[in-house]
Design a protein around this ligand. Structure first.
Ligand code: NAD
Length: 261
């Protein structure tokens, strides 16, 4: 896919380390010739990890941003504007829910945990899209990451499932509004199968989950290839090949979601 995104620029939110789905998306975009800038959650340890992880992509900038803070979002896009002028692609690959809410019965979910999970994991897409639209070029692409728990019961996914359902709905509303606006920006979600990342470890037994995917998915799905599959679909959605696709949630899970038994 070399050269597919030559001359394009992407702002990527949600790389923590080389295992992050955001990292694998960045890898595919980089291979296709896209210039990249990144955000990271403020914190000395995290910054060091992210700087090291994104080094191979020759980043144009790194902007601290806690997406629960409006001021951080504003300054991150100011940084993107200074470094890029305008850009073409926004990658939203982040989520958070308090650990308690993931390890207690769903009925015990507190109002605070609900607000935090939906704020960071779903509202942030809207907040980033709003800032991004001013700097994005016509026919740009926004992508976000969802999970099957938005649709079906998954043990321990709890309030994160509610956040993903809100995220997928947000994708449709943003897609309708932004597609009809002057710049015709596309907005899509990828619903990924299990990938061994920090966030996944926070939810449950990722090894057990991965085994389940390996056994049940029609296509081979395992730790070594999972994130790469996601990165490739991200490349498609960010490229002109997906010029007629918006508001969709595309499953990239080896077909796991179509199997009933
Ligand atoms: P990850 O831990 O590598 O990435 C999560 C990112 O979210 C990190 O970069 C972290 O810094 C960021 N983040 C958390 N709170 C933030 C905040 N307040 N402000 C800014 N950034 C914040 O894990 P991942 O699995 O790569 O997660 C990326 C996305 O993929 C998430 O939306 C996740 O729900 C989704 N997803 C993951 C899987 C999986 O199996 N790993 C499956 C489907 C969907």
């Amino acid at each position: 896919m070399m050269g597919m995104l030559t001359g394009k620029k992407a702002f990527v939110f949600g790389v923590l380390n080389e295992y992050s789905i955001g990292w694998h998306i960045a890898e595919e975009l980089h291979k296709a010739g896209c210039e990249l800038g990144f955000s990271y959650l403020p914190g000395e340890k995290i910054e060091r990890r992210v700087v090291k992880a994104v080094e191979p992509f020759n980043p144009k900038f790194l902007a601290p941003c806690d997406v629960s803070k409006d001021a951080d979002i504003t300054s991150a896009f100011q940084r993107a504007g200074e470094a890029f002028g305008t850009f073409d692609i926004l990658v939203h690959s982040l989520a958070f829910a308090p650990a308690d809410a993931l390890h207690s019965p769903f009925l015990q979910t507190s109002r605070e945990a609900w607000k935090t999970a939906l704020d960071i994991s779903a509202y942030s897409l809207l907040a980033l899209a709003r800032e991004a639209q001013n700097l994005m070029n016509p026919n740009g692409s926004i992508i976000t990451m969802s999970y099957f728990g938005a649709e079906k019961f998954i043990p321990m996914y709890n309030v994160m499932a509610v956040a993903k359902a809100a995220l997928e709905c947000t994708v449709r509303y943003l897609a309708a509004e932004m597609g009809r606006a002057e710049k015709h920006i596309r907005v899509n979600a990828i619903s990924a199968g299990a990938v061994k990342t920090m966030a996944a470890r926070g939810i449950g037994d990722i090894d057990k989950m991965m085994l389940h995917y390996t056994e049940k998915s029609p296509l081979p799905w395992h730790a070594e290839n999972a994130a790469t599959h996601v990165g490739k679909t991200a490349l498609y959605l960010c490229s002109d090949l997906a010029s007629g696709v918006t508001g969709e949630t595309i499953y990239v899970d080896g077909g796991y979601n179509i199997v009933g038994w």
